[in-house]
Design a protein around this ligand. Structure first.
Ligand code: GDG
Length: 470
């Protein structure tokens, strides 16, 4: 039996964990995406296709009533599709070439092969006229491959990361194939309007299709729409968690453990070179060195969540950051008073909420970020309308969180000035800014995001001539 909705993403929304008795089972991975898509999946008899992690093959299974279909990857495919083309080529290219993208023909060949396997499995699982929602940069060829197999389907694609300007995208030796891959969809969603415009412009210039505003007209009479759907978080869920007694107590305990400094600065990021962790710690270190802050008054808690540890670039980044933390603490800390409290680990959601509640100044300084959910989660957890957000202009979230202290992470002095301003801001000023940001997040949560994408996808008023299943 098939399904009326198929979610296609690189990863399944579960992790394989081993309990104390050595028994392995599946656990839902944390994250707003699953909770946003779950109601949509239930309403549509949906199924989710993705890689379960590792190289082991599994049969389709259910977790909490969700139908999941694992697609196995070989060690070579993980290396060339996931670590290689996805994270060594596309990730840096789409993030403003913050790091140099590598172009390898073997990586591309494996990217094509893995995309084809996802498309074929999706074609088998989808009912007549079903809706398919493909996610992210690892699967940009799936829409076109799927449309060739199943012209009856309604296909949506959503890119979670930025879509670069033509000047950068043009470097990609396979630029035309990627554009054509995406054009297999009826609706291509991006975080920001600028990304959708970049895409439309590239399609016009590189593929030669006619475009008008957010529409692309294909020679076969089909129309593709490209538009922005800024992703968000489960705002009410985070707020409820932050209000709970356990989290409030834990937040107090964190402050105590840090020696009750006047102000706590906080950074939480996947350990990724796009996130600007090194630059923000340097700015903070300089403020202490200059005497503008002291280690008695201020501490910087940086949580760096392990990520892509088999990719060399990420290992080097970790070394660079840890060297800097060691230097800052060695030069500027005192016994029992390090300037930076650095944690290379991941935490449960409750601990994240407690950290957000404990922190006076949240520092989010990516060089480029599709959205950045951490910034939104911090805002949702500030139930007393206080706390400051220092946010990079180059995070998608900066479009919505205008009352943050917006910074250019390349401008060290500008970043130092903003950190200091946020540190010294009057409570009234903090409340004014936080209230406005909280209103924005409450009104635009992840459910609204998923609903608007699905509604737009299923609305075929501007759309292609109806095709039938061959
Ligand atoms: C990509 C885009 C876009 C982190 N550490 C822990 C943990 N997290 C959770 C956070 C947050 C999520 O992971 C991270 O999301 P971000 O948006 O900050 O960044 P990316 O991972 O780079 O995500 C990004 C996003 O996709 C969605 O479209 O916003 O721009 O790059 O939700 O809370 N969660 C738990 N423990 C941790 O240690 N439980």
């Amino acid at each position: 039996m098939g399904h009326d909705l198929v979610i296609v993403a690189n990863r399944l929304p579960v992790d394989r964990v081993t309990d104390r008795n050595g028994k392995a089972h599946w656990r839902r991975s944390p994250g707003g995406l699953v909770s946003a898509i779950e109601p949509v999946m239930r309403a549509h008899d949906g199924v989710w296709i993705g890689w379960p992690g590792g190289t082991k093959a599994f049969k389709p299974f259910k977790v909490d009533g969700l139908d999941l279909v694992p697609l196995a990857m070989s060690a070579e495919e993980i290396e060339e599709h996931y670590e290689g083309f996805s994270n060594g080529t596309l990730w840096p290219l789409y993030h403003d070439v913050v790091a140099k993208p590598e172009f390898h023909r073997e990586w591309w060949d494996t990217y094509v092969k893995v995309n084809r396997r996802f498309a074929e499995r999706t074609a088998e699982l989808a009912n007549d006229g079903a809706t398919v929602w493909v996610h992210d940069y690892q699967l940009q060829l799936v829409p076109q491959m799927l449309r060739e197999l199943r012209p009856d389907l309604r296909i949506g694609f959503y890119l979670h990361i930025p879509f670069p300007p033509a000047e950068l995208f043009q470097q990609l030796p396979w630029r035309r194939q990627i554009l054509e891959g995406l054009l297999g969809a009826d609706l291509v969603g991006f975080q920001l309007p600028g990304a959708a415009q970049n895409f439309i412009r590239l399609v016009r210039q590189r593929v030669g299709h006619k475009t008008h505003r957010d529409l692309v007209y294909l020679p076969d009479g089909r129309t593709v729409r490209a538009a922005a759907f800024p992703i968000s978080i489960d705002a009410a869920g985070f707020e409820e968690l932050a209000r709970s007694e356990a989290v409030a107590e834990r937040a107090e305990a964190i402050r105590d453990a840090l020696g009750n400094p006047r102000k706590i600065f906080l950074g939480i990021d996947r350990l990724d070179y796009t996130k600007g962790i090194h630059a923000r710690l340097r700015a903070f270190g300089e403020l202490i060195r200059d005497g503008a802050l002291t280690v008695d008054d201020a501490v910087f808690v940086q949580v760096a969540v392990p990520s892509r540890e088999r990719v060399e670039h990420y290992r080097n980044l970790r070394d660079d950051i840890e060297l800097l933390v060691g230097r800052i603490n060695g030069d500027l800390g005192r016994i029992g008073r390090p300037a930076v409290s650095y944690l290379h680990t991941s935490y449960p959601r409750e601990e994240m909420a407690a950290l957000y509640r404990a922190a006076d100044i949240m520092v989010v300084t990516p060089y480029r970020d599709g959205m950045n959910l951490v910034a939104k989660e911090y805002v949702a957890c500030r139930v007393d309308d206080d706390g400051a957000l220092v946010l990079s202009e180059f995070a998608g979230a900066a479009d919505e969180l205008r009352q943050a202290w917006l910074v250019n992470p390349y401008d060290m002095n500008g970043m130092k000035a903003a950190l200091l301003e946020a540190y010294e801001a009057e409570p009234k000023e903090l409340t004014r800014r936080m209230k406005a940001m909280r209103r924005q997040i409450a009104q635009h949560d992840v459910k609204a995001w998923a609903d608007s994408f699905m509604t737009e996808l299923e609305d075929d008023s501007h759309s292609h001539t109806k095709s039938v299943r061959p």
